[in-house]
Ligand binder design. Structure first.
Ligand code: SAM
Length: 297
């Protein structure tokens, strides 16, 4: 396990992932009932952009730094930017929230956070960073076991982020398996899988695996900072989101073009479509009523 997220914290991929995560949490919080946030590959939770790792790559300069002073923020970006600003109250961008800290700050007293990180040192830091919040449980186990170990949850509502390093060849396949398992154990789980856009051939296979997962619906949101077909670099990233709450698609349709304009390094772009579309009610086994129903968050 060589990957350390500190080198990449706050880059364009983190911005896409964390913006979407902030919206997912906000949309789930429209209902008073509690939900559980699960993070299978959580990282350390909080990053120092002036620290050695982030300074060495400077990736955040082409990510969060480009949003930091933006005067034309679309409304759905507000919660995410508010958290980043809270962490940098002196007005200098230095501290960046990983998914655990973002979720910790955006969830409510009745929600729970179940975080998992396998790297022993990162796991220790994660525990330290989350200390004192009784809603948070940190596990130091295998991320791929999270669906079977933690689902279903008592709350009956869950948001699972699957965000592996994508350094091992089998990780796309494992993401699809984890999605299938999560949906099998709790069908209504909202699952967000982050993935890099590097190798289009591999991606096509990944999409096909995701489409076989059995998820009721699966939304694909992608952001490119270079043309998607340029070889051997991170041209962008995507999120496959199972059971997205109602309203997310419209918000992403507003956010993605704006992000593509802000974060493009050569030629920016975006895509938003359904890998699995909702089945009309009449086609569902046992359905009594014909016609299309809206999804509820
Ligand atoms: C992309 S980073 C996570 C970033 C984090 N989700 C965020 O948005 O702030 C991936 C993390 O997965 C951890 N990791 C790698 N393999 C793992 C595994 N098999 N199980 C759990 N964690 C793993 C790495 O140590 C790393 O911290």
């Amino acid at each position: 396990m060589n990957y350390r997220h500190a080198f990449h914290a706050g880059n364009h991929a983190d911005v896409l992932k964390h913006l979407a995560l902030a919206r997912l949490i906000a949309l789930l919080a429209r209902k008073e009932a509690p939900f559980a946030y699960l993070d299978s590959h959580a990282g350390v939770g909080l990053y120092d952009l002036q620290g050695d790792a982030a300074s060495r790559t400077g990736e955040w300069l082409e990510g969060i730094a480009r949003l930091w002073g933006a005067a034309d923020l679309p409304a759905p970006a507000a919660d995410y930017l508010r958290v980043v600003r809270e962490l940098n109250a002196d007005g200098r961008l230095r501290h960046y929230p990983g998914s655990p800290e973002l979720a910790r700050r955006l969830t409510r007293p009745q929600d729970r956070l179940l975080l998992n990180e396998k790297h022993p040192e990162d796991g220790r830091l994660l525990k330290e960073n989350m200390a004192g919040d009784r809603r948070v449980a940190v596990h130091l186990g295998e991320g791929w076991h999270v669906p079977r170990a933690l689902l279903p949850v008592a709350e009956k509502r869950a948001l699972l982020l699957i965000d592996p390093p994508f350094e091992q060849a089998d990780e796309p396949e494992r993401c699809a398996q984890a999605l299938q398992e999560a949906i099998g154990r709790m069908r209504q789980t909202v699952v967000a899988i982050w993935y890099p856009i590097k190798d289009l051939r591999q991606l096509r296979r990944f999409y096909q695996d995701l489409q076989k997962s059995g998820a009721p619906t699966l939304l694909r949101a992608e952001l490119y900072v270079h043309p998607a077909d340029e070889a051997q670099r991170l041209n962008g990233s995507g999120l496959a989101i199972a059971n997205p709450p109602w309203g997310l698609e419209e918000e992403l349709r507003q956010l993605l073009p704006w992000l593509a304009g802000r974060l493009a390094q050569s030629q920016g772009g975006w895509r938003l479509d359904w890998l699995i579309e909702e089945q009309p009610a009449a086609a569902k086994p046992g359905a009594q009523v014909a016609g299309r129903k809206g999804r509820k968050g």
